[in-house]
Ligand binder design. Structure first.
Ligand SMILES: *Cc1c(COP(=O)(O)O)cnc(C)c1O
Length: 459
């Protein structure tokens, strides 16, 4: 872990006896924020800053500020939250082609992020099937996000992991079909997955789900707000959303390609009854009758306002324009990879692509790219590197710099193929240091992040 501020600013191990003047605090925050923004403003960082436009962020912060202090649980005091929430849900459901079918009316839920949307979906499938099984399982492609396994762990839902073809980057449908049983409550497909940016065969998974009368969650956390526009722009993207028969839930992160502030995501349901199955309420509490739409209690009205503001300020035209620029840049950057016979792109990705190398460890490529200021994400089995192309990469000159630096990186990798590479595969990319693998290392790593400044009593 890196602690560059230990020497620069006073460390607070307990509340300061007397408050620090606001001006001094803001000066410190500004210094840290400016330094950290420089890590991505160059356009050399994969994913993470989806909009990367300070004007846009200033606008969202302004919108956030009007309601940042508001608790959306106290809904009588903030009818605005009801407007923002229901409109964000309605706009997302419209974008994802949710349509009433038979008795089913589509519905949505705003959560705190992609993992939370996935968790609420897993919970909904478990609760909706309570009468049918006490040992529910779901089947996810190996490439599906760890949030599914985390939710399975939390909620007691077995997560069966289906193998993925490493050439196409898509799930093995036969394996899925062979492993559905009476306790299966839902299948999972990604559009796109985080690792390779490839889209699972959603129509085929939908057929399977219908045949077995189970649910199908499409993880559109990453793709949900960009793939609809890729289709409109004529990119070859197969159907992936709630229009596909058999799809029952879909997650789409407003805080990724929805260009909103961090802390929101939408979970779309084809049927209100499925959403309603996951509510928790306690009506006999002495503190009053309690109910909340999801797992969170208090939520900030600011996030709802900022998410709403992002969506209505961009409109379809804005999202389509950004998608067009991102997809064109991604195609150029991918073409630069394909110019090197040593490198191999996995599957047929769109805005995010991953590549591996057969003749040397592709982490040598990463080692070199780091020296040129690139921040890619490392993967394993096989070792691979991915870049989620976002708006910062669409700045002039970035794709050209990529082609030049990549060529030099391939030369470096070839020259160093007999030595072990430095970088490793960790989600979120931590520079240097060991890749945690064992329980002990993982605990050390987490503690290093959170407990570093703990006040230790004198012995
Ligand atoms: C980011 C991501 C998630 C998890 O979302 P968080 O917002 O990080 O909780 C899930 N699935 C995919 C495909 C993602 O890219």
């Amino acid at each position: 872990m890196s602690f560059p501020y230990d020497d620069r600013f006073a460390i607070q191990r307990a509340l300061p006896d007397v408050g620090i003047p606001r001006e001094e605090i803001l000066t410190q925050l500004e210094a840290m924020s400016a330094a950290e923004d420089r890590t991505w403003e160059t356009g050399q960082c994969s994913g993470t800053m989806y909009c990367g436009d300070h004007d846009h962020y200033d606008f969202l912060n302004h919108a956030f500020g009007y309601f940042s202090h508001v608790n959306t649980l106290q809904r009588d005091m903030c009818p605005s939250a009801t407007k923002f929430e229901s409109e964000v849900i309605a706009m997302t459901l419209d974008l994802l082609h949710a349509t009433p079918r038979g008795d089913a009316t589509p519905a949505g839920l705003i959560t705190s992020g992609g993992s939370a949307s996935i968790a609420h979906a897993v919970l909904a499938y478990r609760e909706a099937n309570r009468g049918r099984t006490t040992q529910p399982n779901m089947i996810k492609p190996e490439t599906a996000h760890p949030a599914f396994s985390k939710a399975g762990h939390l909620f007691g839902v077995e997560m069966r992991v289906a193998p993925v073809d490493r050439t196409t980057g898509q799930v093995d449908l036969d394996w899925v079909a062979d492993h559905v049983d009476d306790d299966t409550v839902a299948l999972v497909g990604s559009a796109t997955n985080y690792g390779y940016g490839t889209i699972d065969p959603i129509e085929e998974l939908g057929e399977l789900a219908l045949r077995h009368d189970v649910g199908l969650h499409v993880d559109g956390c990453l793709g949900g707000f960009i793939l609809p526009f890729a289709r409109e722009l004529g990119y070859d993207v197969p159907p992936f959303d709630l229009a596909v028969p058999g799809v029952t839930t879909m997650s789409a992160d407003t805080h990724k390609y929805g260009y909103a502030l961090k802390g929101t995501s939408v979970l779309a349901f084809n049927d209100q009854a499925l959403r309603n199955a996951q509510y928790f309420y306690q009506t006999d509490w002495s503190g009053g009758k309690y109910c909340s739409p999801g797992m969170d209690g208090s939520r900030s009205g600011g996030l709802l306002a900022a998410t709403w503001a992002a969506m209505v300020s961009l409109g379809r035209e804005g999202y389509r324009r950004y998608a067009g620029e991102i997809l064109a840049t991604a195609a150029t950057m991918r073409a630069a990879v394909e110019e090197h016979p040593e490198l191999r792109v996995i599957g047929r990705p769109t805005f995010l692509f991953s590549f591996t190398a057969d003749d040397f460890d592709v982490y040598h490529v990463n080692d070199f790219l780091r020296t040129r200021g690139w921040r890619l994400n490392g993967q394993q089995y096989p070792n691979a590197l991915h870049i989620a192309v976002t708006r910062p990469q669409t700045q002039p000159g970035v794709a050209e710099r990529w082609a030049t630096d990549l060529a030099a990186a391939v030369d470096y990798a070839r020259a160093h193929r007999d030595q072990p590479a430095q970088s490793g595969a960790i989600y979120g990319g931590v520079p240097g240091g060991p890749t945690p693998e064992t329980d002990d290392l993982i605990r050390f790593f987490m503690a290093d992040m959170m407990d570093h400044q703990m006040a230790v009593p004198e012995p």
